[in-house]
Design a protein around this ligand. Sequence first.
Ligand code: SF4
Length: 491
Amino acid sequence: MDKLKEECGVFGIYCPGEDVARISFFGLYSLQHRGQEGAGITVSDGKKLKTVKGLGLVSSVFDEEKIASLKGHIAIGHTRYSTTGGNTASNVQPIVFNLQAGEVAIVHNGNIVNAAELAQSLPGTSWQSSTDTEVIGRVINNTPGKNWGEKITNAIPQLKGAFSMVLLTRQQLFAFRDPYGIRPLTLGKLNGGYVVASETCALDTVGATYIRDIKPGEVISIGRNGLQGEGQIKSAKKSFCLFEYVYLGRPDSIFNKELVHQVRQRSGEILAYEAPVNADMVVAIPDSGTSAAIGYSKASSIPFGEILIKNRYIGRTFIQPEQRIREMGVKIKFNPLKKIVKGKRIVIVDDSVVRGTTIKKIIQVLRNCGAKKIHIRVCSPPIKYSCYFGVDTPKRQNLIASKKEVTEIKKFIGADSLEYLSLPGLVRATRQKKNDLCTGCFTGQYPLIIDNKFTKNILELKKIAVSLVIPEGKISPKKTVTGRRSGVKNF
Ligand code: SF4
């Protein structure tokens, strides 16, 4: 699909007496929408860590035998989409470090913008991956502190950007979040133990009860002594990602006390007031636009209907980054209900438009089916700027709204009308204060100053990534990497 690519999903559990690997597997399953390129779980039995990870979907990386081999009472897991580093087996998380004090594993959602700079401050390092996650792990280990809680808390001010992370030692689980709280991280309780996850949908799936979100800049630990606060770096400005509400999060997740489905529904309602139109039916592009389309239909009193039947047995098309394959994916993904489309004035509600290529093709298909009018209503403002915090936006010049006015976009996609939700309208739908949200990809105003140096740093890190990429042909797409990495003695 023509969508921004999600970042990653993280999961962690401390629960003696439970099959933590199996619970993590189901937790990751529910976070699959946050990354489809790789998945992994590391388990500790109190003495040693064991990892199973590989490229591909959660269901293709794990089978019964692999899950049964992961014995212990603490676990962390990850679903990956590569925002920095390449899509290689070595970049799949958890990343495990073999230290003198014992092994440590980490998982990360987000992007730090000073990764290259920090990497350069660690000369002589034998890098095992090309990700900013490894940089973060090494910075934490090199930071003074009496224990891991202190090390993490002391390291946070050095890390610029977005990070919601879980760290596993032999005895403890640590969860922490950047001081802006850009990416979500939530805490739940399960059978006398605790669970942390990127989204509350993962807590629901494993039967955990939501307790609260991990606060921006907060570090917690979970171990033999239960849940403990390890420290908190004061937040300069809370900046939760607005796009999590628009598209990234699952509709059944709750961010900052607001159910994502209801936020999207409200955004559709507000858009119906901001951009009304006469039509016979309101439709969604399944599935991401459905909640917003229901809201638009409710507020406009235009009936909601289905005209596109989605083939649910193919993956999200954006997981294949090649343009040629992406285009093929669009054609096989949706089949129109021709009889219903014919002669109708249709409002298509979508959550966002990135390149405009998918919506253009859908409009062509519906015109061929005899649609009388096609009006596009987008439940977010135009995306004009890149994201530096864990969402893989195309180059700015490929964001259609960065170079075209709305009237030009309307012409390009072939719609009879095109309207976007205003930024105040979207913020109102979230019921958050505008100052508590990152709106960077819509406004170009980021929580951190993104100067040329930061931008260059990302490119630098990508250069490091390229130099470390394993040659094509040496990786089987479903290859599973098990156990510990050898040859990594210390940070
Ligand atoms: S720039 Fe956009 S996608 Fe990135 S964190 Fe900010 S709101 Fe989210």
